[in-house]
Design a protein around this ligand. Structure first.
Ligand SMILES: Cc1cc2nc3c(=O)[nH]c(=O)nc-3n(C[C@H](O)[C@H](O)[C@H](O)COP(=O)(O)OP(=O)(O)OC[C@H]3O[C@@H](n4cnc5c(N)ncnc54)[C@H](O)[C@@H]3O)c2cc1C
Length: 500
């Protein structure tokens, strides 16, 4: 248990990771102040309403839900008193470019459908899940909550890495078990949810498919922002303070190489014994940290050289029409898979074709749109800002192209009934969320950017500085950032115990 010596803690950024860390610090008896640049909390998980249509801007798939329960339990509360989590079925509908689709659901449903796609793959699917199970147990259950602070902690895993062939990609592993090209896509696309290319993300990330298989896909009743509101309420009840429209532009460091506080762009100073940055990791090190300290380590190079995730082109739209045959989560795949991913991740270009995740929350919660209407978003992976695309001039044409493709393929009548449309481009990820290169998920989930090789949750450069969120261990995604908050705060409690 941590020593109850009250420390002044400043959390930079109110994403899910920052909020979870703030709750844990405040509950542990410290005094937590959270500073958020934008006008609302949630970060990528924010919300807006237009003409009666309510749009969650980012995450919509929650799995596994027990991590959220654990956060509330830590604070002595029951999550059910704050937010309702409901299971979504099917997990997704996957529309392939040949006109077929698969409702990806529970094991038996999947077997039935795989049988129709390619009977020979039924056995392969079962074997694939069997192979993914120990990877999940190691990668998620053990390593996800383990701090990787020494190279030795990583080296000890080498035998397991070789045993599970972690050097293989997700697609490589899936292809070893499945033959049908559509099923290979169905079982391998998930790393995109955390910013990874299925052709280069380590096969350890097949654990995502296993998590969904074991724990299901969940949704916060009323939208993901209801989860954010629940966390905000809990933080306030615990006595935590937060300030919106408060962008930190400097993490101040004393000569003793210890954090002493932060200042915001409007000139306010906040003293701190501990600073937890939920801001983009590259920006934290390259922009926010007191230059007199950080330059010494010449670590800018590290963050410039790192490989960043793709970005996302978001089209939020409301339709004066209902689509009762559609499901809550769909992926509409374009004609190319590997080649498109090469364009996005390697060539960094924005081609005409695309694949998109279509979110229709009104299939579960009709009140998110006016009666008889649907709220939707299309989340389209695109190259990050390394593409040099002028999104300001391209966004109108690109969003129209996405909507007309959806109209033709899965949402007939969409264009004739369009009531609302808004976009959020890679350039917005940079300017609004301070994301380096406009990346949707910070660093890519590559083997050499995972575990010890990912930016550490405790800064090695400055005492009292800790990091939380998608850019640090264990990585991007709702479960990971909640886990990172647990890991980071546990490290802080241990450090305080040792008097560090
Ligand atoms: C469109 C989209 C869909 C997604 N879908 C899913 C999904 O379905 N399931 C899933 O598990 N994951 C999903 N993800 C990933 C998941 O949303 C993110 O990995 C996670 O929410 C990131 O949380 P975070 O704690 O890193 O903080 P972020 O959400 O990145 O928030 C960081 C906060 O810090 C603030 N900030 C930055 N700089 C400063 C500063 N200098 N001063 C003050 N504040 C600052 C920002 O304004 C922001 O509010 C999705 C992501 C996106 C973008």
């Amino acid at each position: 248990m941590n020593k109850r010596v009250e420390k002044q803690v400043v959390i930079i950024g109110g994403g899910l990771g920052g909020l979870a860390a703030a709750i844990r610090m405040q509950h542990a008896g410290h005094s937590a102040i959270l500073l958020e640049k934008r006008h609302q909390l949630g970060g990528r998980a924010s919300v807006f309403t237009e003409k009666g249509y309510t749009f969650d801007t980012g995450p919509t798939i929650i799995t596994p839900p027990f991590l959220i329960n654990e956060l509330f339990e830590f604070a002595g509360k029951d999550v059910a008193d704050y937010v309702e989590l409901v299971k979504v079925s099917p997990k997704y509908r996957l529309y392939f470019s040949d006109g077929t689709f698969m409702d990806y659901g529970d094991y038996e449903d999947n077997i039935e459908q795989i049988e129709k796609f390619n009977p020979q793959d039924v056995e392969g699917y079962t074997k694939f899940l069997k192979a993914a199970k120990p990877i999940y147990e190691l990668g998620f259950e053990q390593l996800g909550s383990m701090p990787f602070e020494t190279i030795w902690s990583m080296a000890k895993l080498a035998p397991a890495g070789i045993r599970y062939r972690a050097y293989r990609s997700v697609y490589g592993m899936v292809s070893a078990y499945l033959k049908d090209p559509r099923l290979r896509i169905a079982m391998s696309f998930n790393p995109l949810f955390i910013g990874g290319n299925p052709f280069t993300a380590t096969s350890i990330y097949t654990l995502i498919t296993y998590i969904e298989e074991k724990h299901g896909v969940w949704w916060a009743r009323g939208g993901t922002h209801k989860l954010v509101e629940a966390m905000e309420r809990l933080f306030k009840e615990l006595g935590g303070e937060y300030y919106l429209n408060s962008e930190v532009d400097l993490i101040e460091v004393a000569d003793s190489n210890r954090v002493k506080g932060v200042t915001t762009t409007d000139g306010k100073s906040y003293a701190a014994d501990i600073v937890i940055s939920n801001a983009d990791v590259a920006n934290t090190y390259m922009k926010l940290l007191d230059r007199k300290v950080f330059r010494k380590r010449n670590a800018d190079g590290r963050y410039k050289r790192a490989k960043y995730s793709m970005s996302l082109f978001m089209t939020y739209f409301g339709v004066e029409k209902q689509y009762p045959d559609m499901v809550h989560h769909s992926i509409v795949f374009g004609p190319r898979y590997k080649e498109l991913l090469d364009d996005i991740f390697k060539k960094k270009i924005v081609p005409d074709d695309f694949s998109t995740y279509l979110h229709i929350p009104t299939r579960t919660d009709p009140e998110l749109a006016p009666p008889g209407c649907e709220t939707m978003y299309a989340c389209t992976p695109v190259a990050n800002l390394d593409s040099g695309t002028d999104w300001k001039s391209k966004k109108e044409e690109f969003s129209n192209h996405i909507l007309s493709t959806l109209d033709r393929r899965v949402l007939p009548g969409l264009l004739d009934n369009l009531a609302v449309k808004r976009t959020f481009t890679p350039a917005d990820y940079e300017t609004e969320l301070n994301s380096y290169k406009g990346a949707g998920f910070q660093l890519q989930p590559l083997l050499m950017q995972s575990g010890y090789f990912r930016p550490h949750n405790r800064s090695r450069d400055v005492k009292g500085l800790y990091l939380v969120g998608a850019g640090t261990h264990p990585g991007a995604g709702v479960p990971s950032v909640i886990m990172s908050a647990d890991l980071t705060t546990q490290m802080i409690f241990d450090d305080l115990e040792k008097g560090l």
